[in-house]
Design a binder for this molecule. Structure first.
Ligand code: ADP
Ligand code: MG
Length: 294
């Protein structure tokens, strides 16, 4: 297609909210065979509610646990962090970020900080292993339904378990159905638990072709690399944990509004609305521009 046609397509895509960082991506989009979506913040809204929060040892109060969790999480930009800080506030516990030393973020796992000389790790089972706490699968410790993500707070011992739940974006199912009409396969890659992944899949009427859960950032990238053997692949994500996968895909697309700065920098395109229906729309536009038949 002519440079003018490419320029027109770039402009149209930009007006609809997808900013492509170069004309070559029109050609890439026109040939996409697979779209890989991150779950949290991409397919789902990334607006969590705490459904369960309990202390698992006798000598610590729920207020102390809330203070630890919300103070360490107040230093994180993960969608779960905001929900945990808010949950603390609802229970009259204010986070004190200044009291947290050596804060560290472990993408795909959770966060760490020291309060009053105590090591505090918050996150999934992987963070438990980092803490060196006795191997506890907090899935078996939490009572609430399977829709939510199990998390834990621990130092050398497991101190508390809690769960957070999130819902799919409106438009997520439509986007996947539209991709199917275009002959494009939809895949979900998530660092979240299998249960939470399968719950999202069921909310989407099992429309996703493939679901991979409990992935570390590097594992998302390896899966993308393998898909490349079957043709061009786009990856859509919002988090720091998605950056390696965004960089590996033929076209990486970040969620512009809610996405992390790293995702926006790494991506080849930025979705300025949170509407993932713009992805099939852009593929359609790109095919028209490059005169590829559907
Ligand atoms: P996704 O790939 O779906 O976007 P992430 O890789 O961001 O998910 O997170 C994977 C898992 O890591 C979460 O489900 C959670 O258990 C844990 N996690 C990550 N960041 C945090 C945090 N700040 N606080 C608690 N848990 C976290
Ligand atoms: Mg995410």
């Amino acid at each position: 297609s002519t440079p003018v046609a490419i320029f027109c397509a770039l402009t149209k895509a930009a007006i609809s909210g997808l900013l492509l960082k170069g004309g070559d991506y029109i050609e890439t989009l026109s040939g996409i065979k697979t779209v890989a979506f991150d779950k949290t913040g991409t397919i789902t809204r990334g607006e969590f509610t705490v459904t369960d929060f309990s202390v698992s040892v006798d000598d610590i109060s729920i207020e102390t646990l809330l203070y630890w969790v919300s103070s360490v999480e107040s230093k994180s930009s993960h969608p779960m962090a905001a929900a945990l800080v808010e949950y603390g506030m609802l229970n009259s516990v204010k986070p004190i970020p200044e009291n947290v030393e050596n804060f560290q973020n472990f993408p795909g796992e959770g966060v760490y900080g020291i309060i009053n000389g105590k090591d505090i790790y918050i996150g999934n089972r992987r963070i438990g292993a980092r803490a060196g706490s006795e191997r506890v699968d907090c899935r078996t410790q939490c009572q609430s339904p399977e829709i939510s993500t199990p998390n834990q707070c621990c130092g050398p011992t497991l101190v508390g378990v809690f769960r957070l739940a999130d819902t799919c974006r409106s438009g997520a199912l439509e986007a996947i159905e539209e991709l199917k009409l275009l002959g494009v396969r939809s895949v979900m890659l998530t660092g979240d638990s299998s249960q939470a992944a399968m719950y999202a899949q069921s909310q989407l009427n099992h429309a996703l072709d493939i679901v991979h859960a409990e992935l570390l950032p590097a594992e998302k990238a390896v899966i993308i690399e393998n898909f490349k053997k079957d043709g061009l692949i786009a990856m859509i994500g919002d988090g720091m944990n998605d950056a390696p996968a965004l960089a590996t895909a033929d076209i990486g697309i970040s969620m512009g509004i809610s996405g992390s700065a790293l995702a926006n920098e790494t991506g080849n395109a930025i979705l300025m609305s949170n509407d993932i229906r713009k992805i099939p729309e852009a593929i359609r536009l790109a095919r028209k521009t490059t005169r590829k038949l559907i």
